[in-house]
Design a protein around this ligand. Structure first.
Ligand code: SF4
Length: 377
């Protein structure tokens, strides 16, 4: 599930570039969505137990894993939001400073080890969030300094990643190459690049990939990110939706002290035990792991079509990546997919190798027509 599902901030902040978080939750068809941003993509077993308990007491019990490796407590009742917020702050899951929480948009490669470049740079950045300029709300930073880059497909604007040549790169999203940096200067350089972005009018573009200003000399380079093995496979969560209690079961079954949250909708247990756990997909080849679908109707008021049941039925019949989107906004996936179905006026438009809302090859299909088209009826 993406970042834009709905539009109603609780607290009257400016809407331009607004990105919801626990201090500024957003309203969806099933109640408020309250976002929790795990530090270094990690949650301990105790934190998961707390989250599951809070999700059940204040919301519907369901939790979303977003494509930025955040968690969203679903279905929160308005009158319970402040108590929920207080509980999250007390447990250290949300920053007590709303402004800092708003800036804490760090996507961290989940395979980090204590003391490695990814962990060290991410920890330093977390301590220096106040030095970043005011950035558009949807912008984020990826720290991806493991042996190969694993977040290339995940949304971020400023990227610190492993270079083909073996060192580290600082790269602005949308540019093919980046500048070589030393690990110890990574945070300074990143903060400087963020200031350059704002000073050169980047806020108007709202995302780094749309900001075409020439980079300063010191940020230019021809280093390419190191592409390597596929992202690690853990416990797959179809469409990113899971019951909090299922996460508690996962911890009990694996005996792990903590888990890592990925931006590819899987949870990695910090444990050698590889138990099957009900509610999670363990087969890396399962077609559901190649399918994206936003909540659709009736959960999202923008949607005129049901999405996830259709995606479930269709996924085994589609080769490549499938995206079923409730509307042209495409919250579940910003990148192109092999097959894209976009809801419009109660029917689906079908496009190939594109994004939600792209010009369709076939338009106005009912779900039955879609299933028949792919031989799934
Ligand atoms: S219908 Fe889906 S894509 Fe459209 S706004 Fe809602 S969640 Fe996002």
């Amino acid at each position: 599930m993406g970042q834009d599902e709905t539009r109603v901030p609780m607290t009257g902040f400016a809407l331009r570039g607004w990105c919801p978080d626990a201090w500024r939750p957003m309203m969806a068809g099933d109640g408020l969505i309250v976002r929790v941003k795990p530090r270094l993509a990690r949650l301990t077993a105790a934190e998961i137990a707390v989250l599951a308990d809070l999700a059940r007491r204040f919301g519907s019990g369901a939790i979303d894993i977003t494509n930025r490796a955040n968690l969203q407590i679903r279905g929160v009742r308005e009158q319970g939001w402040q108590d929920l917020l207080r509980a999250l702050v007390d447990r250290g899951l949300v920053d007590s400073d709303a402004a800092l929480e708003g800036r804490r948009n760090l996507l961290v490669a989940p395979g980090w080890d204590r003391g490695d470049d990814t962990a060290r740079i991410a920890e330093e950045l977390l301590g220096r969030l106040g030095e970043l300029p005011e950035l558009p709300g949807k912008m984020g930073i990826a720290v991806d300094a493991g042996p190969v880059a694993t977040l290339l497909d995940s949304p971020a604007d400023f990227r610190i990643e492993r270079a083909e040549a073996g060192g580290l790169l600082l790269r602005l999203d949308g540019r093919e190459s980046g500048v070589s940096i030393l690990p110890e200067e990574a945070t300074d350089r990143l903060i400087a690049l963020a200031h350059w972005f704002v000073e050169t009018g980047g806020a108007a573009a709202r995302r780094a990939s749309r900001h075409t200003a020439a980079l300063p000399q010191w940020a230019r380079g021809d280093g390419r990110p190191a592409v390597g093995a596929a992202a690690p496979h853990g416990y797959g969560v179809p469409f990113g939706r899971i019951e909090g209690e299922a996460m508690v079961r996962l911890m009990a079954a694996t005996g792990a002290a903590a888990l890592r949250v990925t931006s590819w909708r899987q949870l990695l247990a910090e444990s050698e035990v590889r138990e099957p756990v009900e509610g999670f997909v363990r087969d890396p080849g399962d077609p559901l792991l190649r399918a994206d679908a936003c909540p659709g109707a009736p959960t999202c008021p923008q949607a005129t079509v049901e999405t996830r049941e259709l995606a479930r039925r269709l996924a085994p019949h589609v080769s490549g990546r499938l995206h079923v989107s409730g509307c042209a906004k495409g919250c579940a996936r910003a990148r192109p997919s092999d097959v894209v179905l976009t809801g419009r006026d109660g029917a689906f438009d079908l496009a190939l190798r594109g994004r939600a809302g792209d010009p369709p090859t076939r338009a106005g299909l009912s779900p039955d027509h879609v299933l028949a088209h792919f031989g799934a009826s």
